[in-house]
Design a protein around this ligand. Sequence first.
Ligand code: NAD
Length: 424
Amino acid sequence: MAQAEATITDEFNAFTVAQRQFDIAADHLGLEDGLRLVLRTTKREFTTHFPVQMDNGDVEVFTGYRVQHDLGRGPAKGGIRYHPDVTLDEVKALAMWMTWKCAVVRLPYGGAKGGVVCDPKGMSLAELEKLTRRFTTELAPMIGPDSDIPAPDVNTNSQTMAWIMDTYSMHHGYSIPSVVTGKPVNVGGSEGRVEATGRGVVFTIESAAREIELDLADATVVVQGFGNAGSVAATLLRRDYKCRILAVSDTSGAIYSSAGIDPAQAVAYKRQNGALAGMPGTEPLTNEELLALPCDILIPAALENQILASNADRIQARIIAEAANGPTTPEADQILYENGQMLIPDILANAGGVTVSYFEWVQDKQAFFWKEAEINEKLRLIMTSSFAEVLAMAKQEHVDMRTAAYLIAVSRVADATRVRGIYP
Ligand code: NAD
């Protein structure tokens, strides 16, 4: 238990939260002690401090991490995040969540995650390219198409992935597109990958709405975090299901309109102005007000630790769909469950991203590419069947949806570990 004890500092430490979520499932499953130790511990943690020459000629040293949690079911898979608040414990938590996520949707992957402590908003494109290429070089012994495959996350995108692919390929002397997913389509990316996380969230919301008999036409939606995951979910819910998007937010603040916000207009406004705040026809809100708005569906799509014991009681949504990783603490989970709200946990709700990343990796390895309609249909099948499995488990075991998803995921990873055995 040495690793676990050393990292427990407070209730909002993401790795502590991840371990507590795991413990709830391990207790429920009666998991044997040795296996419990293996699975609640990360396998590899890599830290690098690397220099980048900035545009003004100064040299800055950045810190980056890559953590692999478990490789029992296949190569490690997980995104790379650029953010000033990245910590090793956050990356460890995100890596562990990736293991469970891949297991819930039956992808043949283990979990990993990476991050660089930086403020990308204050950096030029040239500086971001240098940082990415140097970080990739530092990671080179660890990543690879059969060992560990990065993808986009907060503040990284298809351009970042193209730089990673190019840098890794330059080191080998030929193109290796399958080393990374979320690339632009013209260099081996997959159709549908940019929208995959938000689209997957929407498929799980559709299943949840059917279960609680909520009519999605004119259902009200609130989205915290209007980035890749959040803006796509809002756009599809409006366009395909006629939901009313009451409020959305980004780091500049939240905006509200009782008549409904057009997500396409919000995307265009944010692109032009760099922020949502001040969009004509909307009123400003605080983050706390946004979370407490009366609505049918709340989508946390920003960062960890947003729904807590201190504010969970104020949340009124009937469905909470976690597009973000780790937005809800275990205490808040309990409150929402007791209040009869349906929470679709991150390891299920946002698994669409890694699912289409898996499709991209398969296409790259075969050098044979699929049409977007085929990809979206395969994604729908995986998301809806995984949701149904988790819901059935929740009903059977009388537990909340997160615990149900963990019971399924931890069992699958534990089975793989048992059958492979402990080497040597
Ligand atoms: P992104 O960088 O595209 O967007 C993040 C958004 O959140 C931005 O609009 C930012 O302004 C906003 N934000 C940040 N802090 C905020 C705060 N305190 N309040 C309100 N808004 C805030 O990132 P993304 O890829 O959409 O990732 C968002 C979440 O979804 C993360 O938790 C990420 O791990 C998770 N996720 C992403 C993917 C993916 O494929 N991109 C897949 C699975 C899970």
